[in-house]
Design a protein around this ligand. Structure first.
Ligand SMILES: Cc1ncc(COP(=O)(O)O)c(C=O)c1O
Length: 427
């Protein structure tokens, strides 16, 4: 397929994974992807096998660590390398690939393109909020104690730099309302920010973000959501969360290339978050000296030269999830997670740290056993069985986390459960 520049823009704005990027002053020849078979519940496994066949993942590896780093599909990776090569051939920035990608990211998250900046990862988005809000000594920030270092360190950094006070609540695995109440108990007149992991990294608890957002609003606090584990795993609209800012990674559940992320700030509040890094894309200052005017949009958070191919490829990954169906992807991940849980129950001494209620969990399942330290179990699964989970050392939880995404299969889940059974039998 040979596309000219106009076709490219149309494709990236409206096409499928076969929508292909071009450099600004050239064209590129690409192969189109054979379509997936039509989905029907009777032939669902065939459909999911076709999905799996699009991932370059080693077929001998049972990969259950999407929460750590998700694989990208071959078409996304091919688009990434092809686009990058095309840009390199004429040494072009490919900058015009950003606008259609931004429109796709905005649609996917349910917000407007003016509120979206492309970041390198969730940590960068979280860090922009922590550094950008104008907080001072004694201002209080409430976080979940299960926050990933990419969510907590930016605030502890502000504790060192500006005397911000970090207050932690322990996520409640029992009820959604319990989480709201635990946060409410920490709110004081000095509370300036409430941040939650939308889905907690160590134990996969889904936070009642909209209710927490209402609480934050009632107290005039900024509400930031760390969506590293939610975007691409569960379906939601960022607008419905009622948050002021949201950060996620492209390289986890969304299936984008490494070092991609999406950062959102509500347009009415953009001026409250100073961009910690600025450069040519962030605003205007045509003649020095003068006053720097930020871009009126979230573009202010993008600064120097970037690899446009990664943004174009991330947008293609989002479009692919939309085509497959975000509900269908969520349902598949949950179904596989429930299968693992149900089968692990047959093994003595397994304790689940992830709640079972659908409103409180998604496609991550964390479990532990008093019969073996988590690091031993994790290591044996990896070395003895080629099964990659994630060790959970946070807060001394001593557990193993299993992420099930749309490329995983029931057979891999069964292999995991059998391996856990065998390892623990020998313990
Ligand atoms: C909740 C949460 N926030 C932030 C991060 C950091 O993600 P990244 O390394 O993509 O910035 C992770 C990574 O697992 C996470 O689970």
């Amino acid at each position: 397929m040979n596309l000219d520049r106009k076709d490219f823009l149309r494709c990236v704005g409206a096409g499928a994974l076969g929508a292909l990027a071009l450099p600004s002053r050239g064209s590129v020849t690409v192969a189109s992807e054979p379509p997936l078979p039509a989905f029907s519940s009777g032939t669902a496994e065939g459909y999911w096998s076709a999905v799996r066949a699009r991932f370059p993942l080693d077929p001998g590896l049972a990969y259950f660590n999407t929460g750590g780093l998700g694989p990208a599909s071959s078409p996304v990776l091919e688009l990434f390398t092809r686009t990058m090569m095309a840009h390199q051939r004429i040494s072009d920035t490919g900058f015009e690939g950003f606008a259609p990608a931004r429109a796709t990211a905005a649609r996917f998250l349910g917000v407007s393109p003016q509120e979206i900046a492309f970041s390198r990862n969730t940590t960068e988005g979280n860090s922009i909020v922590a550094a950008g809000l104008r907080l001072g000594p004694g201002d209080e920030v409430i976080l979940d104690s299960h926050a990933h270092p990419g969510g907590s360190f930016p605030w502890y950094n502000q504790a060192k730099a500006r005397g911000v006070v970090v207050k932690l609540f322990e996520p409640d695995p029992a009820t959604a309302a319990g989480n709201v109440e635990r946060i409410r108990a920490l709110v004081t007149p000095r509370t300036r920010v409430i941040q939650v992991s939308h889905v907690t990294a160590p134990t996969g608890i889904v936070m009642p973000a909209a209710d927490i957002g209402a609480l934050a609003r009632a107290h005039g606090a900024w509400f930031h959501v760390d969506g590293a584990q939610s975007a691409g795993m569960i379906r939601f609209s960022v607008r419905d969360l009622g948050c002021d800012s949201f950060a996620t990674s492209g390289h986890k559940w969304l299936g984008g290339p490494h070092e991609t992320g999406i950062f959102f700030v509500r347009k009415e509040r953009l001026d409250e978050v100073s961009p910690p890094e600025v450069g040519a894309h962030s605003g205007r200052l045509p003649v020095l000296p003068g006053v720097l005017h930020y871009s009126p949009t979230a573009l202010r958070y993008e600064y120097g030269t970037r690899n446009a191919a990664s943004v174009v490829a991330l947008a293609a990954a989002l479009r692919w999830q939309e085509e497959i169906g975000r509900d269908r992807i969520e349902e598949r991940g949950r179904e596989l997670s429930s299968r693992v849980r149900a089968d692990l129950r047959a093994i003595p001494d397994i304790e689940f740290l992830t709640p079972e209620a659908p409103g409180l969990s998604g496609s991550m399942l964390t479990f532990r056993t008093p019969r073996m330290p988590f690091a031993t179990l994790f290591g044996r699964l990896e070395k003895g069985y080629r099964i990659r989970c994630r060790p959970v050392s946070e807060q001394n939880l001593n557990a193993v986390r299993v992420s099930t995404h749309f490329f995983n299969s029931p057979a891999e889940c069964d292999r995991l459960v059998e391996a856990v059974g065998s390892i623990l039998k020998e313990a």
